[in-house]
Design a protein around this ligand. Structure first.
Ligand code: PBG
Length: 326
């Protein structure tokens, strides 16, 4: 009888499909990015990210507890300050919104989940760039590193378990690691946004943090055309002391995720960014796709490509869906 080999045998019902499934994202691998805005008394919706809010300090605490109860792996905090200046002073001020929010969340959830913070100046600078500018308007790499070192100390002192340097300055991991170690913060880990592309998929995030950026970040973030360059960035970050590396965005860069995963021996994370989220929400709102199935399919694909940690705005909902089984 032909055919003898029948792969469909292993697909005949849900039980056997469950048995042979090679990839199964787990709630503990999901990290929820969260925004906290100075001066809010109520959470405020973000139009281009339906279901995501700018938190008040109070609502952030409550949402952090909810995230712990949902069993997700961690939180990534972003701060939106009321005032911005040329050098992003609010990012290094211990009383700046991100640093107080880290303190709030750590005092609320302690070690029950991993508290991470975005380490970048763009939310804090008046011009919206990830670093400080030279008189000609270009981003000054080495002057920025000094600011990152101070920001790292402020975040570590506030109690963040993991810092996520996301500015794509050369040498940032080494400078931050050294500053942390010299101050005794040897246990604060670094999740390097190692391969971060200059992506149009960050659009809704810019609304979420009320970005003032004119122009683009192409002199520091990577060209979407390049894979080999991502491997170089990852190697540099590991040599400088990164504990984990991240690829960002996720779905349009699964080849990068796969290459990085195949070549490093540290945990690999992928960030499913705001534009990836918004596209699905918009299509689902129009009734064009099955929202929950698409969410799970995307997370499964990112996991299958080799990311062991996934940052996603759906973390809490996805954790629930994953528990229900699918
Ligand atoms: C920089 C940062 C950005 C994102 C995360 N960290 C914006 C950027 O690089 O322009 C984007 C995340 C998203 O789009 O969800 N602080």
């Amino acid at each position: 009888m032909f055919p003898v080999v029948r792969p469909r045998r292993l697909r005949r019902n849900p039980a056997i499909r469950r048995l042979v499934a090679e990839t199964r994202p787990a709630p503990a691998e999901l990290v929820l990015p969260m925004f906290v805005r100075e001066g809010l008394t109520e959470p405020r919706p973000i139009a281009s990210l339906p279901g995501v809010v700018q938190h008040s300090r109070d609502s952030l605490r409550k949402a952090a507890v909810e995230a712990v109860q949902a069993g997700i792996g961690g939180l990534m905090l972003f701060g939106v300050p009321l005032t911005r200046d040329e050098v992003g002073s609010a990012g290094t001020d211990p009383d700046g919104i991100l640093n107080v929010a880290i303190r709030d969340v750590v005092s609320e959830v302690g070690d029950a989940t991993v508290v991470m913070s975005d380490l970048c100046l763009d939310e804090f600078t008046s011009h919206g760039h990830c670093g400080v500018l030279r008189p000609d308007g270009s981003v000054d790499n080495d002057a920025t590193l000094a600011r990152y070192a101070d920001m790292a100390l402020a975040q570590a002192e506030a109690g963040a378990h993991v810092l996520g340097p996301s500015g794509m300055m050369d040498g940032q991991i080494g400078v931050i690691r050294e500053a942390l170690d010299q101050a005794g913060h040897t246990d604060t880990a670094l999740l390097a946004y190692a391969a971060k592309y200059a992506s149009a998929f960050y659009g809704p995030f810019r609304e979420a943090v009320e970005s003032t950026l004119q122009g683009d970040r192409k002199t520091y973030q990577q060209d979407p055309a390049n894979l080999r360059e991502a491997m170089r960035e990852v190697a540099l970050d590991l040599a400088e002391g990164a504990d984990m590396v991240m690829v960002k965005p996720a779905l349009p860069y699964l080849d990068v995720v796969a290459s990085v995963a195949a070549n490093v021996d540290v945990p690999v994370a992928a960030y499913q960014v705001s534009g990836e989220y918004a596209m699905v929400e918009a299509a689902a709102a129009n009734g064009w796709i099955d929202r929950e199935r698409v969410i799970l399919e995307q997370l499964t694909s990112i996991r299958r490509a080799g990311a062991q940690i996934i940052l996603t705005y759906w973390a809490i909902e996805a954790a629930r869906l994953l528990r229900q089984g699918y």
